[in-house]
Design a protein around this ligand. Structure first.
Ligand SMILES: Cc1cc2nc3c(=O)[nH]c(=O)nc-3n(C[C@H](O)[C@H](O)[C@H](O)COP(=O)(O)OP(=O)(O)OC[C@H]3O[C@@H](n4cnc5c(N)ncnc54)[C@H](O)[C@@H]3O)c2cc1C
Length: 431
């Protein structure tokens, strides 16, 4: 090792703060599964893309909140088929090939994924696609005039950045772009609960096969309060080969308030620790030596979403209405976390499919913003079904194509026949 002292220089911040300006065709705010999909698809279409996230890594909740299971990509029942293709195909193929994805087919097809590997997959894909990536950048201002976003301003640890683009994707999960632009947005008037997922290790990987989740839930309902637990249902999912178990079993309120974030972290971790104590005490033959390996970030389900000209409704998804501006399909059930104790489920019959229209992704008051993911416009029940990751991928794909067709014009006037032709795999394939 060299003992030579590294020379230093003295600097002072210039009196006028410099703002770095980044220009692109498409700016995606939010690097969760919806935003990453939109960015990759827009890059495939030859667009210059910048993706921005306040977190220091890509992935949003899919990675940071350790969601661990990809749902909503298939129809339900004994003969399921895949509803969303394109980037979903790449993701399934690549992660399965390296053993980081496990397909399960019970009443529906779900995929357990290794969130560490999915994060690396996203990073590799975004780099290969030439997407400019701005991380650790929190939106501070939106310049909005004549129904168009002109630019977005961000604060980073290392100075201010301005992003100017022709079109924008609000994939922030909380409709932050639209809210900061001064547009009308929707918020639920009653709590829709979030959860902190966490990983458990050190349990007995042989006897865990005897664990019956239905019995665990019954015991939680009878005895959970003794341990300070509020939720009576939820999931404990062992990932064979990894020897970790994913727990999605907590519930807490998720107000959009700057000081609430820390409270959610503390409450989520407290509930996780209490769950572990419950498992150790009630099922010592499996959990006597178990520990929490990792806590996810607070998982937010339905916090704030855009106001479009027409929200998707529960009636629409029950009826399977195929809208004239349909851009994505889904089959996931209503899964509304509207009480602390239990999730409200409404299951559809096997093979039922419903559609997501472009109109519920477009804020009524803007021409160059399209939302994708958990902040599109729907009533509470319909949103609880389409916010899962399968339809998030489908919406991200549709958002990229809609912006590509709109160019400098209005998203409300894109040629729907051309758009649907591009999206036909996600609308019509049944193989
Ligand atoms: C506990 C829980 C369990 C779930 N379980 C499943 C499951 O098993 N399977 C499944 O498929 N789905 C599940 N879901 C749903 C699904 O995970 C999410 O709805 C989906 O991941 C949302 O993706 P998104 O891209 O829309 O948003 P997000 O993943 O929330 O991404 C939004 C991104 O925007 C960024 N952002 C927001 N505001 C700003 C700002 N002002 N400045 C800069 N960046 C900003 C955030 O940092 C974040 O990275 C679950 C959700 C939760 C909460």
């Amino acid at each position: 090792m060299s003992s030579e002292v590294i020379p230093t220089r003295t600097v002072r911040r210039p009196p006028a703060r410099a703002t770095r300006v980044v220009q692109a065709d498409v700016c995606v705010l939010g690097a969760g599964i919806s935003g990453v999909t939109a960015a990759l698809e827009a890059a495939k279409l030859g667009r210059k893309v910048v993706i921005v996230d306040g977190a220091p890594a890509l992935g949003g909740q899919a990675i940071g909140s350790i969601i661990g299971t990809l749902i909503g990509l298939y129809t339900h029942g004994p003969n399921p088929y895949q509803l969303t293709h394109g980037i979903a195909d790449d993701l399934l193929r690549d992660l399965a090939a390296e053993g980081s994805l496990r397909r399960l087919h019970r009443s529906t097809v779900t995929f357990q994924y290794d969130e560490v590997r999915l994060a690396r997959w996203m990073e590799r894909k975004v780099e290969e696609a030439g997407v400019q990536t701005l991380l650790g950048a929190v939106l501070t201002d939106v310049s909005f005039a004549n129904r168009r976003v002109q630019y977005l301003d961000f604060a980073t640890r290392f100075g201010a950045v301005r992003v100017q683009a022709t079109g924008y994707v609000d994939a922030s999960g909380d409709a932050t772009l639209c809210y900061e632009a001064g547009l009308e947005v929707r918020e639920p008037d009653a709590p829709i609960y979030g959860s902190m997922n966490f990983l458990i290790e050190g349990y007995d990987t042989e006897t865990v096969a005897q664990m019956d989740i239905v019995e665990v839930r019954e015991r939680l309902a009878r005895k959970g309060a003794e341990y300070g637990l509020v939720r009576h249902d939820g999931w404990l999912m062992h990932f064979p080969g990894r020897n970790f178990m994913l727990a999605n079993i907590t519930h807490f309120e998720t107000p959009i308030d700057p000081l609430a974030t820390a409270r959610m972290v503390f409450e989520g971790r407290r509930q996780a620790d209490r769950t572990l104590r419950f498992l150790q005490t009630e099922y010592p033959h499996i959990f006597a030596n178990a520990r929490v390996r990792a806590y996810g970030n607070p998982g937010l389900r339905q916090t704030r979403w855009i106001q479009s000209r027409r929200p998707l409704t529960l009636e629409d998804i029950r009826a399977g209405t195929r809208f004239e501006d349909a851009v994505a399909r889904c089959a996931w059930w209503v899964e509304l976390h509207n009480t602390a104790e239990l999730v409200h489920w409404e299951q559809f019959k096997d093979g039922h499919v419903y559609y997501i229209p472009l109109s519920c992704m477009l804020p009524a008051e803007a021409d160059n913003i399209v939302a994708a993911g958990r902040c599109v416009d729907a009533d509470s029940h319909a949103l609880s079904a389409i916010r899962v990751m399968g339809p998030c991928i489908a919406m991200g794909t549709a958002a990229a194509h809609a912006l590509d067709l709109a160019g400098a014009g209005s998203l409300h006037a894109v040629d729907l026949a051309s758009l649907q032709k591009r999206l036909r795999d996600n609308l019509d394939r049944t193989d």
